[in-house]
Design a protein around this ligand. Structure first.
Ligand SMILES: Nc1nc2c(ncn2[C@@H]2O[C@H](COP(=O)(O)OP(=O)(O)OP(=O)(O)O)[C@@H](O)[C@H]2O)c(=O)[nH]1
Ligand SMILES: [Mg+2]
Length: 269
């Protein structure tokens, strides 16, 4: 049985930075982890790249030959990958042992996990190869500044979860940039009634019915549970890793239960 994280979420939310911090964290613990680059447009890596999607075809080629811009080129590239996916992945995965832990650093185009079948097929392939996979969805704390942004972030995450049908964890990234804890505290474990009343306050009165069903939807799928992550703190990385571990039955870290979020306390950085 192998283990895998599929690191997904909007562009710039901190996925690749997390991958390199996670790599360093595991290296310190002498724990084996392999980071895979699934972003054809990526150029610089702060982690050793175990597998690299750019081996198949580069984004430059697609843009040049077919006249796509960067975003269209990426979508085309991912669909093209689908055709070669089984062969490439099967070949690459042969290099890994049964209990290896892989982390897939995905591109930030939202279409990839909302309506392109590629990632879903990718996950099915990993499942067939006996990997337990967790979708790790990234939300940038800098954008979760009010209830409307919180709900829209949750909805995007929900759409990824429904599309991928994977155990799912939401990470609130860049906690080091949060100077006022109160700004995000309201959204870490929020009361549905609090969310609804905030939303009703923000929105015009005729949105009340929609607000209610949006919050119900978000709450029903447990989307409201965000894991705050401060990459400066080993304990924060460890906590996120343990939560993800619980989802994929990776037992080793299950005993780390204390959520480490205290913007004022950097002692254990
Ligand atoms: N302060 C701070 N900055 C961060 C953190 N994580 C990422 N950043 C910055 O945010 C920017 C985007 O980070 P990336 O890790 O490249 O984001 P990404 O999600 O991989 O982006 P795409 O690959 O474009 O989808 C970079 O300038 C990072 O330095 C964090 O935890 N704290
Ligand atoms: Mg990236």
């Amino acid at each position: 049985m192998g283990y895998a994280q599929l690191v997904i979420g909007p562009a710039g939310s901190g996925k690749s930075t997390y991958c390199s911090s996670l790599y360093q964290h595991c290296e310190t613990l002498e724990r084996s982890i392999h980071i895979v680059n699934l972003d054809p447009a990526a150029e610089n890596f702060n982690y050793p790249v175990a597998m690299d999607i750019r081996e198949l075809i580069s984004l430059d080629d697609v843009m040049e030959e077919l006249g796509f811009g960067p975003n269209g080129g990426l979508s085309y590239r991912m669909e093209h990958l689908e055709e070669n996916l089984d062969e490439w992945l099967a070949e690459e995965l042969d290099n890994y042992l049964d209990d290896d832990y892989l982390v897939f650093d995905c591109p930030g185009q939202i279409e990839l996990f909302s309506h392109v079948a590629m990632l879903r097929n990718f996950v099915e392939h990993l499942n067939r190869k006996n990997f337990n996979v967790c979708g790790v969805y990234w939300l940038d704390s800098q954008f979760i500044t009010d209830v409307t942004k919180f709900v829209s972030g949750c909805m995007a995450s929900l759409s990824a979860m429904v599309q991928l049908e994977l155990p799912h964890v939401n990470i609130l990234s860049k906690m080091d940039l949060v100077t006022n804890k109160r700004d995000v505290e309201n959204y870490l474990d929020p009361e549905p009634r609090f969310l609804l009343s905030e939303l009703n306050e923000w929105m015009a009165p005729w949105f009340k019915k929609l607000n209610k069903s949006s919050i119900e939807e978000v709450v029903e799928y447990s989307m409201v549970s965000l894991i705050p992550l401060d990459l400066r703190k080993e304990s924060s990385i460890q906590y996120a890793l343990a939560q993800i571990g619980n989802c994929i039955q990776y037992g080793e870290d299950a005993d780390v239960k204390i959520r480490d979020f205290d913007a004022d306390n950097d002692d254990d950085a």
